[in-house]
Design a protein around this ligand. Structure first.
Ligand SMILES: *Cc1c(COP(=O)(O)O)cnc(C)c1O
Length: 220
């Protein structure tokens, strides 16, 4: 077995174990393989091993890399997990099946317009700045109710909430707060957990985990 399929099998097994331990169906967790900075030569083996959902953090990078890879595998789904500027909303809607970084009313408006124009509805995750960190994207917890309302009013499919908890501290309390917010607002999806903490995230209710390093090895 090559590295890619061995790593994929390991990550899938860990997700399944964490889900079962929490009394959840492993099928309720979508593994997003975060392929930012990875070339087609690193991505192709994962596709060959059966992985179909990938995450990128830059519109431009994804636009350069994915059309060719996807031509050969039309069932691949792409998720945007990085910050999005409003002026790239059209391009993002054309390229991605889900956007995890919707964090402000101006972006909600730009995406609604882009989706109307494209005649396409892209799943949206509303990003919450759960650790209240100035350098990170995401809306403040206090602004979430208004952002959800704005997104629903604008006709965006609100698929879930997303967060990137503070680095180097125990993430579980942040994940738990996210789960509480999702329940309170009737939002089904929870995009949380990365290579270092995806099992914890699954235990607390993540429906989408975003895993890069554990699948591809360290990035340059
Ligand atoms: C890079 C990135 C990830 C994946 O991080 P790893 O630690 O490599 O698993 C997940 N989410 C976001 C938003 C990222 O930018």
């Amino acid at each position: 077995m090559d590295d890619a399929s061995a790593r994929l099998e390991d990550v899938r097994a860990r997700i399944a174990r964490a889900a079962k331990t929490a009394g959840r169906d492993p099928a309720g967790v979508t593994l997003i393989a975060v392929s930012k900075t990875q070339g087609a030569d690193a991505i192709a083996p994962l596709i060959a091993a059966g992985q179909r959902v990938f995450g990128e953090n830059r519109v431009q990078e994804a636009a350069e890399k994915w059309p060719q890879l996807r031509a050969a595998h039309p069932d691949v789904r792409l998720h945007l997990i990085g910050r999005l500027q409003s002026n790239k909303a059209d391009e993002a809607v054309a390229l991605f099946d889900a956007i995890h970084s919707v964090d402000r009313p101006s972006l909600v408006a730009a995406l609604a317009k882009a989706m109307d124009k494209a005649g396409r509805r892209t799943d949206c995750f509303l990003q919450v700045n759960i650790g209240d960190e100035p350098q990170k994207g995401g809306c403040a917890v206090a602004d979430l109710p208004a952002l959800i309302e704005a997104a629903r009013t604008a006709g965006l499919p609100v698929a879930g909430l997303m967060c990137l908890p503070p680095a180097d501290v125990e993430p579980a309390p942040y994940f738990a707060l996210m789960a509480k917010l999702a329940r309170r607002h009737g939002v089904a999806g929870l995009s949380m957990g990365m290579s270092a903490d995806y099992e914890t995230a699954v235990a607390i209710g993540a429906t989408h985990v975003r895993v890069g390093t554990a699948l591809f090895g360290a990035r340059d």
